[in-house]
Design a protein around this ligand. Structure first.
Ligand code: AMP
Ligand code: ZN
Length: 504
């Protein structure tokens, strides 16, 4: 490998070489969103780090297995067990103005999960190998809790099942939260179960037969604690020991600390070798919040102005997010976006020039090696070197701009053959950074292909009727029928919508 892959490891608090368990392969789990609303650009900063990690590892020749989950269970707002109102994020979303138009919490989760995938594509984020959903892995979560009970790592009370922190002496190593008083304070006011043995203990299962989302378990009706889903899904899809685990900085504690404890208690082996965390994004120097009006979603920023959006080129948005190193706090400003929109125009022009050259066959090769890049190869090596060095995106972007300048200044009479090399280089840079051209067709959800003979509309009307009559079995059967016709149905705030499934 030309460059060692080096990443900061939260566990050791230093930059270390990535040394996968199996040579040449890399297993990677990145925590995904809770789908109670549209994901915001802060969430996407963390998803982008995961994407860049995958792209860099792939460019270095690793065979990457990448899992990122969808949390479609409503965990409690404050922590594991209960908050002041006893309500979770999904339930409060359902009661909100936007949420009231969903028939139930399941439809709400399905809708926002679909929309997440559409934003994901807008930002050129690569598709994971697998995108598991918490609700589809309930049985495994219950089995994991049973196993933890059997092994003495958990205990049951009238209110739920808890992981016993004192049974895992390494608890606290990832976050550095070793001090019992701090730990107690971090869960203070949150858990009000008098039978908890230790204030640090966290919930694996919450008994609640009134909750909007509940499953049957050996402990009665209820729902899982937040952390267990990621332990279970990471181990199911990637193995008991994984190479890299990532998320935003807020997940270090308690989420990842608890995930680590549960997973290692279950398998008896180290869980993740490398832990990668993205610092938070701020907007115009402040914490993003709906209240202060500086809260942005991808869709608001990229939607055309005539539809109430800001009309930002999605790849200019992606490039803006790349402009800061993932381990430094990032301040998102519209001035930075404007500067990157300008860079995007230059890149598009460079692409046009490189494409227009005779023999642009290099563009059809999606993974051009440096040999195809000729005199541009050193620039690619510099960019790859920067990305391999703890994902140094500012440096890699600077290299991209340098090469683009070279292409633009060679126009209109570039030396023969040079543009073929430039085209191959732009392709290589796109594989690495994803800002040169859109990689997915991002059709808006509303832009459904025509329903030639009205058959789809008929089925949808029939499904609505079935739902109105509370014949949910019939409604589900119609949804399945539509699915075999490659149609996805979404119950959204604007009413029922449908789209043809992507054939990408
Ligand atoms: P959530 O839906 O809250 O579980 O968040 C999904 C992911 O986004 C997690 O990895 C969070 O750590 C991350 N995240 C949330 N807010 C921000 C932010 N402002 N900047 C960067 N990452 C964030
Ligand atoms: Zn997680």
């Amino acid at each position: 490998m030309a460059h060692p892959f080096r990443l900061f490891n939260t566990l050791s608090r230093q930059v270390e070489n990535v040394q996968p368990l199996t040579e040449g392969q890399l297993t990677f789990y990145s925590c995904g969103p809770t789908v109670y609303s549209f994901a915001h650009i802060g969430n996407f900063r963390s998803f982008l780090t995961a994407d860049l990690l995958v792209r860099t590892a792939t460019a270095l020749g690793f065979d990457v297995r990448y899992a990122t989950n969808i949390t479609d269970v409503g965990h409690l707002t404050e922590d594991d067990m209960t908050d002041a109102t006893g309500e979770d994020r999904m339930a409060s979303a359902l009661r909100s103005k936007e949420g009231q138009q969903f028939a139930n919490v399941w439809d709400l989760a399905r809708y926002y999960a679909e929309e997440l995938e559409s934003d994901w594509k807008h930002l050129n984020l690569c598709e994971p190998t697998v995108r598991p959903r918490a609700t589809e892995h309930m049985r495994e979560q219950i089995l994991a809790v049973e196993k933890l009970l059997e092994r003495g790592h958990a205990y049951e009370t009238d209110q739920g099942v808890y992981f016993s922190v004192s049974s895992f002496p390494d608890y606290g190593r990832l976050s550095g939260n070793l001090d019992a008083t701090t730990l107690e304070q971090s869960v203070r006011d949150v858990v009000s179960d008098p039978d908890k043995r230790d204030p640090r203990d966290f919930a694996l299962w919450k008994k609640d037969d009134a909750h909007l989302m509940q499953w049957h378990s050996p402990w009665g009706w209820g729902f899982p604690g937040w952390h267990i889903e990621c332990s279970v899904m990471a181990m199911r899809y990637l193995g008991e020991e994984i190479d890299i685990h990532a998320g935003g900085e807020d997940l270090i504690f308690p989420h990842h600390e608890c995930e680590r404890a549960q997973s290692e208690a279950l398998s008896g082996r180290p869980f993740a070798r490398h832990w990668v965390h993205t610092r938070f994004l701020q907007v115009e120097g402040e914490k993003m919040s709906k209240r202060t009006g500086n809260f942005h979603t991808v869709r608001d920023l990229v939607a055309p102005k005539e539809k109430g959006g800001r009309g930002i080129d999605p790849l200019a948005l992606r490039m803006t997010l790349l402009a800061g190193h993932y381990r430094k706090p990032f301040n998102f400003t519209f001035n930075t976006v404007r500067a990157h929109a300008h860079h995007r125009e230059r890149i598009t022009e460079a692409l046009r020039i490189a494409n227009g050259s005779p023999g642009d066959a290099a563009l059809t090769d999606t993974h051009p090696g440096p040999e195809a890049m000729g005199t541009f190869a050193p620039l690619y090596e510099r960019a790859l070197g920067a990305m391999s060095d703890d994902l140094n995106t500012p440096e890699a972007l600077a290299v991209l701009f340098e090469g683009v300048k070279r292409i633009l200044s060679a126009s209109p009479s570039p030396p023969p053959g040079q543009m073929t090399e430039a085209a191959a280089w732009l392709d290589g840079m796109n594989n690495l950074l994803g800002v040169v051209r859109a990689e997915h067709e991002t059709t808006a959800v509303t832009a459904a292909a025509p329903d030639e003979d009205g058959h789809i509309d008929e089925l949808i009307a029939e499904r609505q009727k079935a739902r109105a009559e509370k014949d949910f079995a019939r409604a589900d059967a119609i949804r399945d029928e539509l699915s075999t016709l490659n149609i996805d149905v979404m119950d959204s705030p604007e009413g029922v919508r449908w789209k043809r499934k992507s054939t990408l």
